[in-house]
Design a protein around this ligand. Sequence first.
Ligand SMILES: Cc1cc2nc3c(=O)[nH]c(=O)nc-3n(C[C@H](O)[C@H](O)[C@H](O)COP(=O)(O)OP(=O)(O)OC[C@H]3O[C@@H](n4cnc5c(N)ncnc54)[C@H](O)[C@@H]3O)c2cc1C
Length: 452
Amino acid sequence: MAKIAIIGGGIGGTAAAITLSKGGASVTIFEQNTKICKKLLATGNGRCNFSNADIDGKFYYDGLFDRINAKHAFFASDVNAAMYKDAESTSFNSGKSAHNRCDNPVVRFFRSVGVLEYVDEYGRIYPRTQSAATVRDALVYELNRLGVKVVTDCRIEAIAFEKNTAYPRGRANNPLGDGILDNHERRANSLFSLKHTFGDDVFDGVVIAVGSDAQARTNLYDLLPDKYFAPVVPALVPLQTKNSLKRLDGLRVKCKVSLLRSGELIYSECGEVQFRDFGLSGIAVFNCSSYIARDVENIDKYAISLDLFDDWSYVELQAALEERKRFSSVPSIYFNGLLAYGLADYIIGRFNIRKIESNEVCKILKSLDFSISGLRGLDCAQVAHGGIKSEFLSDELCIHGYEMLYACGEAVNVDGLCGGYNIHWAVLSGMTAGYALLRRISYDDNSVKKLK
Ligand SMILES: Cc1cc2nc3c(=O)[nH]c(=O)nc-3n(C[C@H](O)[C@H](O)[C@H](O)COP(=O)(O)OP(=O)(O)OC[C@H]3O[C@@H](n4cnc5c(N)ncnc54)[C@H](O)[C@@H]3O)c2cc1C
């Protein structure tokens, strides 16, 4: 039986392991933490927002998402590969329905391990239990049921690449063609030797699923030569503003958040902004940070503009502002009931408002601008931009130059917006790498399901 190692027991590595094991491979997960899927527990504020009803390449950095999505669809619809369907089997097949259900490959993956979904009013998909812990437990039960070996507290320090003679090139295109070697021969030509905390082990194939340094620690950059990597920048992260916002620290405001680059609109979203002493946070701000992360050398050109009355037109707001002058011409009394305390004081101070000019106040409330000075660090980022460059990956996530070496999840230079896009990517890419490896491993062993 082909021996496959998964480096990293996050959600991406676990999806790859389940797919490979269902296809008949002998799978070992190496995880440096005491338990697998630690990060998953923190996702969605403990509720695990694992996918979205609106999945599209435009929500991701880089075109790789579309390439992998297409490849996954090809694998999943391959009529000759019954095992692929098996890996995503589901007891019911709904479109988005009145019962808050939704259908996509990642939802089907979660159903196949016993987790049912719930779609909220924004299209974000969660487990029905609203609990990330139940998702992790379901994955652990499935790994146990399939006999996947999970080695915890064990870090892979290095991958030694041995000569690739066991898999003649032609076999990649023709899985049932010539070149099938017997087990003895394959062992003798094993491809990868993994150096880890407890020693060394030899495997026929490897999936690198080590995630990123966003609120975690990985040694991804020790596992491959430098040229394979795009530099790491925090993404989905709070933004530092040039002005200190100490007086507003902790205040939350619902508004429309727009990202401007040299005054030009790049992105906007309605949501809750959280003011922090260093700057701005909240989901809409995180999504803006994702655009800046791709252009970080020009960070000085970026500003965030808040429309505090996005549900009012300019004309409506100006008329209302003019009308409320009857309450008082003293700014603190005038703003009372219009803006939260801290925010009113901040605006009065920052714009030195002594006398109410409704036209000027209207401009401020419709576009309260903050120049951006930086991204906060990886220790407060939800994902990292960077990792294995897409140009070094095939459409099946095989790493160029190394047959039988694959990557998935955040280790790859793909990152998405908030809303379930990153877990969706980790699972989709884990399954795709798993399917691709199954097609590459030898079928000379009866315990491996045959492709028809
Ligand atoms: C606070 C927070 C909230 C989030 N919320 C959401 C959300 O609601 N929805 C969403 O879609 N995304 C969310 N994300 C992002 C999402 O969690 C990640 O994109 C996703 O977990 C990536 O999966 P992964 O398997 O690639 O990496 P990880 O989940 O990071 O798993 C990688 C694993 O590899 C292990 N590892 C690393 N190096 C080694 C090594 N050398 N040897 C052995 N093991 C190793 C790590 O310990 C880790 O367990 C959130 C992230 C954070 C930090």
